[in-house]
Design a protein around this ligand. Structure first.
Ligand SMILES: [Zn+2]
Length: 218
């Protein structure tokens, strides 16, 4: 008998779109009737905008995940860099954008410390963005085989899991279908809404969580 749990999981996919692997991920999500958010990298979106459009048309949300995914703001955080990383991508997302202008910073292997700096936080507030962080990074980018077990472990310890996966790693994503089936078997269900405590700026307004993220020691 499947176990039951009232826990609901939010999945998100970062760093795409990818010509081959994002459609594969979309097929899996459609089969399971799950909607998520794709946080896209501007440079990848230019090459694969039709795929992001497919995602949007299938009910997924499209968020902004920087233009170049090159430096976390802790390493490069001046106003010009911040503005171009954020606004160039938002311009290319265009009419595919979620109305809340979702943005997720590049943490660097999931690091939250310094993922956001004061300059970026100010820019996001001034331009009405909604800044979304994360609480589960199971490491599909470094362990194509082991990430589902790591994700299971993290999810079991979280009240409202917001899981970061990457639709650019084909071998890892071949395990997505079985991973979702396992979660369903364990009694979990899925929601598209971002857990509120993962939002540090909402439509330009700072939330309670912003201060603690900016204060994290690097
Ligand atoms: Zn990323």
């Amino acid at each position: 008998m499947p176990k039951t749990s009232d826990k609901r999981i939010t999945l998100s996919f970062d760093n795409g779109p990818h010509a081959e692997f994002t459609p594969m991920v979309l097929d899996v999500l459609a089969r399971h009737d799950i909607r998520t958010t794709f946080f896209v990298v501007g440079q990848n979106l230019v090459a694969n905008r039709d795929i992001a459009r497919r995602a949007r048309d299938e009910g997924h949300w499209i968020g902004n995940h920087t233009w170049s995914h090159s430096f976390p703001f802790r390493e490069k955080g001046d106003a010009d860099f911040v503005a171009s990383e954020i606004d160039q991508t938002q311009a290319v997302i265009g009419d595919l954008a979620h109305e809340d202008k979702l943005f997720r910073p590049y943490g660097g292997a999931g690091r939250l410390d310094g993922a956001l700096n004061a300059v970026a936080a100010k820019h996001l507030q001034q331009h009405g963005y909604t800044c979304v962080l994360w609480n589960s990074v199971p490491g599909d980018f470094r362990d194509a085989v082991g990430w589902p077990a790591a994700a299971m472990d993290q999810i079991s310890q979280l009240e409202s899991p917001l899981v970061v996966l990457h639709d650019i790693h084909g071998e890892a994503m071949t395990r997505l279908d079985r991973f979702i089936s396992q979660l369903k078997y364990e009694g979990y269900s899925f929601k598209q809404d971002i857990p509120p405590d993962m939002i540090v700026i909402r439509n330009g307004e700072p939330t309670e969580a912003l201060g603690s993220v900016l204060a994290k020691k690097i």
